[in-house]
Write a protein of this length. Structure first.
Length: 592
């Protein structure tokens, strides 16, 4: 019931969204916003030291700041890397499932050596400022650059907003990590066991990493327990008041919003239908309407396949200016960085590690990660379309002629006029069903075509196939009869698409979910026997949902000897942070 009240409060407010940030108008709105708990986030990662040619892996956990339970408020989180000039190296959009998500970033040779900060947040968290945002140190060393002055110079002491004391806090009373041995040979199998001794008290979401222990002194990373202490006093609710601007949460998916103005008068365009298309073979279509201030909004809930967006106003009687809204960035003025600096004694270690990275990357194609396939998008909403492959028919020069000669049940009405539209014949379900003259929804490569007369003469030789369904649809406040989806041979309609009152803009995609590669040597003769193995990260499981008492995993050591740490970080469903560490050794087989 409480969750329903929170979501209702957000929906009441979101309908008035227009500006980059929403302005609290009165006491009733402020009260609604106060009902929505603030959030906080923890980002587990394989840093803090990363060299060029290595991956920065991370998982993000988002919590209700009042209960410490996984948040049900935001469905989108963000992980970003920032340099000392406060420039964003990347800002990844992460889809959150019950408050959790993950991703990675390849550190290329374009990124200079330096001290960086890893940030984790949601749009809702940004209302509390930098103090609410997760922050941790990342050190990047790029050995391919001659100039290493950034890390060689001594920085003045800078106060840190959070505690990062190098204290290894472990809790093995609830969950333990066990391996079948403590010492292993290179390319040896390790049996890893996760035991939950407290039943429901140990249930929760965790990440597991097995990485080579750093050979040089580096700043410590926040683990789940030190994070819990550092962010214990995070804001529990927004502190803004009437007249202040706030960021609204992305509660039902990726939030799309913007403004429509009359180009001649510059005034807001009120009560105008707005259509948002995500192009591609698995396209998405969203309808909205501007408010009295010319503002519109919509949510994209499904996993879209295209990083572009087409925003269109259907009214063609006037010329409009469309602007897509962009959230304001976090104020990073008070962001502080570690005092870490390189020494000459570390040069040989960095050189050797870099050489091994280069060799490992040469064989990357033999050890690929796989991208998880998201649920397919059904543009026909469950209907079974009729598919016409035009190469199986006599070709006609225009779309209008093709509909007449090849496609049944579809054609132009009011032909040869500026009001021409494509009509799909009704598939009558009963003898007394009323006849309608509704237009069809028309898509070309997933792009919504608001005015059908513009495509009557479209070159049909560019079309590969046409799919139609005859079901009736209601989108926004308008009725449609059927969908006709036209796919071009090169799926390049967007490249040349121009239409009055339309805007084509990039729309950052969420990070794709992956199954991370796990090296195996299960047989004596394997294709990997001749391939070098210089992995420092032996195992990475970004999101383990512990809902039982016993979990078994296996991984294989690499050719790099030394001490490895098996680290479990995470939180129970009750919000308790758990951090467990176990060390194993990989030793030279020739040693006695």
């Amino acid at each position: 019931m409480k969750t329903t009240q929170i979501l209702t409060a957000i929906i009441i407010l979101i309908v008035n969204l227009g500006h980059t940030q929403y302005v609290i108008k009165d006491g009733a709105e402020l009260l609604n916003l106060k009902k929505v708990p603030q959030e906080k986030a923890f980002v587990d990662h394989n840093g803090p030291l990363v060299l060029s040619g290595e991956y920065l892996y991370y998982s993000i956990h988002c919590f209700n700041a009042q209960t410490n339970n996984p948040s049900k408020i935001s469905t989108i989180g963000y992980v970003a890397l920032v340099n000392e000039e406060r420039d964003f190296i990347f800002e990844h959009k992460i889809k959150l499932n019950k408050g959790h998500g993950y991703g990675d970033f390849f550190v290329s040779t374009d990124i200079p050596s330096g001290r960086y900060k890893l940030l984790g947040y949601t749009q809702w968290m940004k209302n509390a400022g930098l103090s609410q945002v997760f922050k941790d140190n990342i050190i990047i060393i790029n050995p391919y650059l001659v100039d290493q002055s950034t890390l060689l110079e001594k920085k003045p002491d800078a106060p840190s907003s959070i505690s990062t004391d190098a204290i290894s806090v472990s809790d093995s009373s609830t969950i333990t990590i066990r391996t079948n041995r403590s010492k292993y040979l290179p390319r040896d199998k390790v049996d890893l066991s996760i035991k939950n001794y407290k039943g429901a008290l140990g249930h929760g979401f965790y990440s597991i990493k097995v990485k080579r222990k750093e050979e040089i002194a580096i700043p410590s990373s926040l683990n789940s327990v030190t994070y819990g202490n550092a962010y214990f006093n995070a804001d529990k609710e927004i502190k803004q008041t009437i007249g202040d601007s706030i960021f609204l949460p992305e509660q039902r998916g990726e939030l799309v919003y913007g403004t429509v103005k009359n180009s001649e008068t510059g005034l807001p365009a009120e009560n105008l239908p707005v259509v948002i298309s995500i192009p591609g073979k698995e396209s998405l279509l969203k309808f909205s309407k501007t408010d009295q201030n010319g503002k519109f909004y919509s949510y994209i809930r499904k996993d879209r396949k295209n990083p572009m967006m087409v925003i269109q106003v259907e009214d063609k009687s006037k010329t409009y200016t469309i602007e897509k809204g962009t959230p304001s960035p976090i104020d990073l003025a008070n962001l502080s960085f570690t005092n870490f600096r390189l020494s000459k004694e570390q040069a040989e270690y960095i050189k050797n590690r870099s050489i091994l990275n280069q060799i490992e990357n040469q064989f990357f194609s033999a050890k690929p990660d796989s991208t998880l396939q998201s649920n397919p998008i059904d543009i026909f909403n469950g209907g079974i379309p009729e598919v016409i492959l035009l190469d199986e028919y006599t070709r006609f020069p225009t779309l209008e002629e093709t509909l007449v000669e090849v496609v049944q049940f579809a054609g132009f009405r009011k032909a040869n006029t500026s009001e021409a539209y494509i009509r799909i014949g009704q598939d009558f379900k009963s003898y007394d069903e009323e006849y309608n003259d509704f237009p069809a929804i028309v898509l070309i490569d997933g792009i919504y075509i608001p005015h059908h007369e513009q495509i009557r003469a479209f070159d049909a030789r560019k079309i590969e196939k046409i799919s139609i369904t005859r079901d009736q649809f209601r989108l926004g406040q308008k009725e449609y009869q059927g969908i006709i989806s036209i796919e071009t041979t090169n799926t390049d309609f967007l490249d040349t698409y121009t239409a009055k009152n339309s805007l084509v803009v990039p729309f950052t995609q969420a990070v794709a979910k992956k199954n991370y590669f796990v090296q195996t040597y299960k047989t004596e003769y394997t294709s990997f026997n001749r391939i070098p193995d210089y992995r420092r990260m032996l195992y990475w499981n970004p999101l383990l949902n512990i809902a039982d008492s016993d979990y078994q995993f296996e991984f294989f050591t690499s050719d790099i000897e030394g001490t490895y740490e098996v680290i479990l970080n995470g939180f129970t469903t009750y919000g308790k942070p758990l951090h467990v560490v176990k060390e194993i050794e990989v030793v030279n087989p020739n040693m006695n």
